[in-house]
Design a protein around this ligand. Structure first.
Ligand code: FAD
Ligand code: NAD
Length: 401
């Protein structure tokens, strides 16, 4: 009998953890598994802001996928997915290749949401992938280099739009990383301005007053100018226009005002809600029997009104159940209903401090920063066990010498 073919699209948090789960669960000969990803590396999205400022070595954030998967159990293909035909059960790649599947997992992640605001797509920098974060790094170093020639102060103004988790992590990283970059480029750091712009009344508006006050205090101690209740209206190559009529001369606007599902989903001919694929309790795309969707592409309703947020934590928990349900489908067993267990959230502000909440327990400062590292190491453990943690730690130590 022909072995069923499972095809997983995207090797981010959802796709890679599903792959690792299947490597553990499937018995030899039960199915063939193909993992397809745009690049041959998996990036640790939760630390991409570090690539933007050059505060972490590339190899710590971009991990080789062939080294993470077991090639006797998973066939890895580098390829860009361009479409899926759910009726004929085929995935189309940019290379012209067509891959047939029996079971499909869609885990193609997120895109930066620009809300159609004029100039953002063309001139602002999003934190989306390893490459987009590298583009931020190149923009910063280019502006430092050019400043030495023309002394234009707009080159030394670095603005971050959005004061959610991504925004505060980026601001913290800029505050800690820019002094070193300035020194390397012979530019006085005193001339640099770091600005945070948030539409809501405070940074991290979804956290309680205590953590909001702590975060604002840290921003102040870093001399970061925070504009709250301030919405960005548009941007050009050398300025940001605010809804209150003010204009900030600035060559680098880092856009972290939210995310949406990968717009590639629009081509698949499957019904979308808010740009995402609605999934049932077992994570199957509604109306299908062999297509799972997980992570930022999936719309999973926690209750009638609330959808799960686009986080790595959600994607990983979904991946665990997706792996179990694929195995169950192949074996003709009952599927497991997905239940999300929120374990808390921690956001770093540079390397030394962080803010977080686990249940009703709030944390800030160095303790929260350590918790953030524990969470990151736990992820490495899921991907490659203790040896990957050790390898990554040694890598960092070597780069610091
Ligand atoms: P992704 O991890 O985005 O993976 C999608 C994969 O699909 C990528 O490898 C991509 O290259 C690939 N892909 C895309 N298009 C194609 C294509 N056409 N063909 C082939 N491959 C393709 N969440 C947390 O829970 N904790 C955090 O601390 C945290 N920190 C974050 C920090 C930042 C700066 C950002 C931007 C997000 C953070 N998040 C965090 C959110 C988290 O990163 C996402 O929710 C998570 O990555 C979603 O996982 P995913 O598998 O759905 O997609
Ligand atoms: P977000 O949606 O959480 O925050 C975006 C912020 O931008 C909001 O505060 C919003 O008010 C603001 N904003 C929107 N439009 C604006 C405008 N025109 N001008 C000024 N401000 C504007 O998005 P995010 O921070 O990119 O996070 C995306 C997802 O990734 C979330 O689910 C988040 O929880 C997750 N994430 C988690 C972590 C972590 O756990 N450490 C870190 C980063 C991201």
């Amino acid at each position: 009998m022909k072995k069923p073919h499972i095809v997983i699209l995207g090797a981010g948090y959802g796709g890679l953890v599903t792959t690792k789960k299947l490597e553990k669960l499937l018995r030899s000969g039960e199915a063939t598994v193909t993992l397809i990803n745009k690049h041959s590396y998996h990036y640790i999205t939760t630390q991409l802001h570090k690539i933007g400022v050059g505060t972490a070595p590339d190899r710590k954030i971009a991990l080789s996928i062939p080294e993470l998967v077991n090639d006797s159990k998973t066939r890895f293909m580098t390829g860009t997915v361009t479409n899926v035909n759910a009726e004929s059960q085929v995935v189309f790649l940019e290379s012209g290749e067509e891959i047939s599947y029996d079971y499909l997992v869609i885990a193609l992640g997120f895109e930066v949401a620009t809300f159609g605001i004029p100039g953002i797509k063309e001139h602002a920098f999003g934190i989306r992938s390893f490459r987009s974060s590298k583009a931020i790094y190149h923009q910063i170093t280019k502006q430092l280099t050019l400043y030495k020639e023309d002394h234009d102060p707009s080159r030394l103004t670095f603005a971050v739009a959005g004061g959610g988790f991504t925004g505060i992590e980026m601001l913290g990283e800029l505050a800690e990383g820019l002094p070193k970059l300035c020194e390397e480029h012979g530019v006085p750091f005193e001339n640099v301005k770091i600005i945070g712009i948030e539409a809501a009344e405070s940074l991290i508006p979804f956290f309680g007053d205590e953590l909001i006050a702590y975060t604002s205090h840290i921003m102040e101690s870093y001399n970061i100018d925070i504009f709250t209740s301030t919405k960005i209206k548009s941007c050009t190559e050398n300025a940001v226009q605010l809804e209150n009529g003010l204009e900030i001369p600035c060559r680098t606007l880092i856009w972290s005002c939210g995310v949406k599902a990968n717009s590639l989903l629009e081509r698949f001919g499957l019904p979308l809600v808010k740009g995402k694929l609605p999934v049932d309790k077992n994570l199957l795309v509604k109306g299908t029997e062999n297509i799972f969707c997980i992570g930022d592409c999936a719309l999973f309703m926690k209750d009638e009104k609330t959808a799960l947020p686009p986080t790595a934590q959600v994607a990983m928990q979904e991946a665990d159940v997706c792996g179990k349900n694929l195995t169950a489908l192949i074996r003709g067993e009952n599927l497991k209903a997905f239940e999300y267990h929120h374990k808390g959230s921690v956001a770093s502000i540079g390397d030394r401090t962080a803010v977080g909440k686990v249940g009703s327990f709030t944390m800030s400062g160095w303790f929260a920063a350590i918790m953030k590292r524990v969470i990151e190491n736990r992820y490495l453990f899921v991907l490659g066990g203790p040896s990957l943690i050790l390898k990554q730690t040694l890598l960092l130590k070597r780069e610091q010498l």
